[in-house]
Design a protein around this ligand. Structure first.
Ligand SMILES: [Zn+2]
Length: 430
């Protein structure tokens, strides 16, 4: 193990300075004004300009069939009143007072659901962020980006909700080989000189601390190598339980949870015992680990979409890997669900292609969940993982005015979730 010292981070970089940079990147700095935002996001930096196109909206959704994923309750001929980006009232038409002069979205013949949550997505561009919203993910958790783009995307979402999902940003990946990410922040560049990569307690803490200084909401790390690269063995372990515990402790001191890329049963077990908040992928997670997850409340984000996607790869090694892994992962998902491990839907979309989060819900159902339980993995379940259980995943009073309209009944055919006919984000029709 490497013992080279890492110089202390510079004091010149402040979170405020970085956020200003992020806003400038997003092209929204000029529009920023001192307007208090609707109170259901969690950071004091939430400011929007009066009259800006992305301002949280007033909208009435009227006439569709509303599903509440929390209760499974269905209201026909429903009304949802959204003001300042927040749901003010929900109920049967005639039972709810509708304010005058508000734009109405006619939902007759449609199903109305809360906007979906993608608990694992890599949003590195404005186009990807917009695409994710259009495909129904109105909230999301980042699985990391190479140069802190996700932090700018989160700010973009605050200024212009229709352009990006409400995001929990992860910053950069805590991984042994940072590659070009050493250039993402001057305080990371000293790590490029470590012969053994980011492995010492000092180095691991450094990446976590720089992420937090840059405004990360969560920390993303790994215990195993990647499945999506044919030359890597996803069952090979890259961090020990002790190293993962170091990352979890550094994140925990700043109130941040850790999501951990994992494949092997031993890797999953070490990650869970180290105290991560959620296992990502987790293909070979075994029963002893699932029981521990249940005990601790650790969440499982299987990213079935990504594993199913491997099976479609033109690379024969990856295609074989995907075909072999998918049924194993499906069994793990069902076992987790039956044991009471919380499940969250995540597509693991990256690199310019955004998979619809509704497809992950379909795959959860294919793994054995009922349609309602599958919908919960992308609504109430994922919202809880993101700490948004009072904001996202439902369309009742006080929740965010994020909704999708569907062309049919998702309780009988989940296929409709992949192609919402309309998306509303903070009361703004996307
Ligand atoms: Zn990922």
């Amino acid at each position: 193990m490497c013992v080279e010292a890492v110089p202390p981070p510079s004091r010149s970089l402040t979170r405020r300075g970085v956020l200003a940079g992020a806003a400038a990147l997003a092209g929204t700095l000029a529009a920023a004004g001192p307007v208090a935002a609707a109170g259901n996001d969690t950071t004091a930096t939430d400011r929007r300009a009066p009259g800006a196109p992305g301002r949280p909206g007033r909208l009435v959704i009227r006439g569709g069939t509303l599903l509440d994923p929390a209760t499974g309750e269905v209201i026909e001929n429903a009304v949802v009143v959204i003001e300042d980006g927040t749901v003010r009232a929900t109920g049967r038409r005639g039972d709810v007072a509708v304010p005058r002069g508000v734009e109405v979205l006619d939902a007759h013949g449609r199903w109305i659901l809360p906007g979906l949550v993608d608990a694992h997505i890599h949003l590195s561009t404005a186009a990807e962020a917009r695409d994710a919203v259009r495909k129904g993910a109105t909230s999301a958790r980042s699985g990391s980006t190479s140069f802190y783009q996700d932090i700018a995307v989160r700010e973009l979402a605050r200024h212009s909700p229709a352009l990006a999902p409400r995001l929990r940003a992860a910053g950069v990946f805590v991984t042994p080989n940072l590659g070009d990410t050493v250039l993402a922040d001057p305080d990371l560049t000293p790590l490029a000189g470590l012969k053994d990569g980011v492995r010492t307690a000092d180095a691991l803490r450094r990446v976590v601390e720089v992420n937090v200084a840059r405004g990360a909401d969560v920390i993303k790390t790994r215990v195993n190598e990647r499945a999506g690269l044919p030359e890597q063995d996803p069952l090979a372990q890259v961090y020990s339980r002790e190293q993962l515990a170091e990352i979890v402790a550094a994140a925990g001191r700043r109130g941040k949870g850790v999501l951990c890329h994992s494949y092997s049963e031993q890797g999953c077990h070490d990650a869970v015992m180290a105290g991560v908040r959620s296992l990502e992928h987790g293909v070979f997670v075994g029963e002893r680990t699932l029981r521990e997850m249940r005990r601790r409340g650790t969440c499982f984000t299987p990213t079935l979409t990504a594993i199913a996607g491997l099976a479609e790869s033109s690379d024969p090694i990856l295609a074989e890997r995907g075909r072999a892994y998918l049924p194993v992962l499906e069994r793990a998902v069902l076992a987790a669900h039956e044991l009471g491990v919380p499940l969250a839907a995540g597509t693991d979309s990256s690199g310019g292609v955004v998979d619809p989060i509704g497809g992950e819900v379909e795959l959860m159902h294919a793994a054995g969940l009922t349609t309602l339980d599958a919908i919960r993995t992308a609504t109430t379940g994922a919202a809880r993982l993101l700490g948004l259980e009072r904001t996202a995943g439902r369309l009742t009073r006080g929740y965010a005015g994020d909704a999708i309209l569907l062309n049919g009944d998702p309780l009988t055919d989940l296929g409709v979730l992949k192609q919402p006919v309309a998306v509303v984000r903070a009361g703004v029709l996307v």
